[in-house]
Design a protein around this ligand. Structure first.
Ligand SMILES: [Zn+2]
Length: 334
């Protein structure tokens, strides 16, 4: 493994071509903004001894999601550039201000980094982060993976989300989803704008994202599933050649992955769910109830469609507009 201490680790622009083959180092992407807060975002780079494809992996786009950051660090530590054809570029903490606050969105400008790509080079801090990560990291990659989990209040099963379109992006995304190694694969016929994955999509770069039960804490089982999953995709891309486990998903789902379109609560109160993740439900079925502090039922939440529970709120404290449940379809011909 080469030592690259002679290279500047503080950079304002990242170009993989600027580094030699057999390169493994942490670079720090400096971001300045009009919010008067400057950031240094670690970029974990492993450039193989031999040419090949480049995979870019983000973690921590939401600040209360902890599996992606640790998976990226562990993965970086496990990779030997002498064994790589191509490159791995990992950004463990895409949204450092949100991580420091332990919140989904940035406390600096109140923005959700997963809703504002491609960002703005002269905008607020989060807009500038989106711009810098897009231009410097996603652009130029051959495959992009964003490792989320369901954060502090919600829960989703361990899953891979992919683009299910019939073009080349769709085929590559789907192939990668099916080797990643999750029981649940979730195809999306379209991609909502503003996401890191929509940024990649618009550049013609195939992509995946991962979700897992969050809860605002670290679960090493989920971390290890993310590590093996990214390695399986790297194997598929020819970046690594060592053996990986062959895996067949158990749940094939399809539908919009836009959690902003989930079924919300309309009252202040205490949410009692009557269904669980991956449970099949029918249109009109009661998913849960909101009760008052004294126990009076004040809202019944019913399913707006027939399908499978893919996302649900675990924290009982609710207010009007909170995401309660998201139902998606079963893919009958995956
Ligand atoms: Zn997230």
């Amino acid at each position: 493994m080469n030592s690259c201490d002679s290279y500047k680790t503080e950079i304002t622009k990242f170009e993989l071509n600027a580094y030699p083959t057999g390169f493994k180092n942490v670079l720090n992407l400096l971001i300045t903004s009009k919010d008067s807060i400057d950031l240094s975002i670690p970029i974990l780079v492993v450039k193989g001894s031999k040419p090949g494809k480049t995979i870019a992996v983000f973690g921590g786009v939401h600040g209360d999601e902890y599996h992606g950051p640790q998976a990226i660090r562990d993965l970086y530590n496990s990779l030997n550039p002498d064994e790589l054809n191509g490159a791995f570029i990992g950004v463990p903490h895409s949204n450092i201000p949100a991580f420091n606050a332990g919140t989904r969105v940035s406390p600096v400008d109140g923005l959700n980094l997963a809703r504002i790509f491609p960002g703005n080079p002269t905008g607020s801090l989060t807009e500038k982060i989106a711009h810098c990560l897009g231009v410097n990291i996603i652009q130029g990659s051959d495959f992009f993976i964003d490792l989320h989990d369901s954060g502090s209040y919600m829960s989703m099963p361990l899953l891979i989300g992919y683009y299910s379109g019939s073009n080349q992006i769709g085929r590559q995304s789907k192939n990668a989803a099916f080797v990643f190694g999750t029981d649940v694969v979730w195809g999306h016929p379209e991609v909502a704008e503003g996401r890191s994955i929509s940024y990649a999509h618009n550049l013609g770069i195939p992509w995946l994202y991962a979700e897992s039960p969050g809860g605002g804490w670290l679960n090493l089982y989920q971390v290890n599933k993310y590590i093996s999953g990214v390695k399986n995709v790297m194997k598929m891309l020819g970046i690594i050649s060592f053996e990986t486990n062959i895996f067949t998903p158990k749940h094939y789902l399809i539908g919009s992955g836009d959690v902003d379109k989930s079924i919300p609560t309309n009252r202040n109160g205490y949410l009692l769910a009557e269904v669980d993740l991956l449970q099949q439900v029918t249109k009109g079925q009661t998913l849960g109830k909101v009760i008052s502090f004294s126990g009076e039922e004040i809202e019944t939440i019913k399913s707006n469609t027939t399908g499978v529970v893919i996302c649900m709120r675990r924290t009982p404290s609710v207010k009007p507009g909170d995401i309660a449940f998201l139902i998606t379809g079963i893919d009958k011909s995956p």
